[in-house]
Design a protein around this ligand. Sequence first.
Ligand code: P6P
Length: 331
Amino acid sequence: MENVKTLGEFIIEQQSDFSDSTGEFSSLLSAIRLASKVVNQQVNKAGLMSHILGSAGEQNIQGEEQQKLDVFANNQFIKALVGRRVICGIASEENDDYIPINNNGRYIIAMDPLDGSSNIDVNVSIGTIFSIYQRITPIGQQVRAEDFLQKGTRQVAAGYVIYGSSTMLVYTTGNGVNGFTYDPGIGVYFLSHPDMKIPAAGKIYSINEGNINKCSAGVKQYVEYCKHVDAATKRPYTGRYIGSLVADFHRNLIKGGIYMYPATTDAPKGKLRLLYECNPLAFIVEQAGGKASDGHRRIMEIEPTDLHQRVPFFVGSQSMVDKVGDLISQE
Ligand code: P6P
């Protein structure tokens, strides 16, 4: 491909911007790139490799059946990251507690190695989500919980991989959002979506409407607002809910829209996890000109208290997140 930039070239270019003089951060991103290629290969063959499909017979901390591909993906990302020695600790949806790695590593990573895994068996897009921080505790010591329980505003990088009709890696280091599309024929990611920006107003709303009667009045009002017939404001909007966070988020990032996973009567904190789902996507969407809140507060301002804590999540086009937030504030 003539003069199209590869992810590797982009990472090196960013290294100077990121003042990553030791190249440690570049090495970290390269590890994520490598693991995503290995996971992509298995995801694409999952339909054929029955020994991968189906549950691993174990349950993760969420009490969810662990699909073998979940476990495989988790192991691949951990293996790649451990191999680069720049990580002092890893928090993963698939592990009850954080994993201390290299005491001399400068960075911690929080990740959901394969989100939406319930869609694996029905061939719907799934994704990896990651969030990176510099450690707080001194280098040379073992990593501690406080290294992971940092506000989202302290992230140094965040990204996701979407394993879909094509595989893409989308990430930010705080200087905008860039998307890279994978060419499996030559095993290279190419810069296909430079400087991604989410439309300020969108016409797509994503929510599991099966839960709507368990949501608060403000959320119900907003969904009714989306459905109201009004040509002047181009309503009704379009309802699109894939049931795979990364797929819904990625579509809304490109086309404009809002994804909502509110608190419900049986899940008062919502379903999605702050550390490795909401914070990384909040960082990305803000860098792309959008917004992310729990209905009241900016997601990235929330002080974490637990590795796997859940928060209500409203993310996407600024005007849509503001609108549902206004209705919730009037409850
Ligand atoms: P529900 C997948 O389990 C996930 O974490 C997200 O990827 C997805 O958006 C959401 O949960 C779907 O949850 O309750 O609507 O099936």
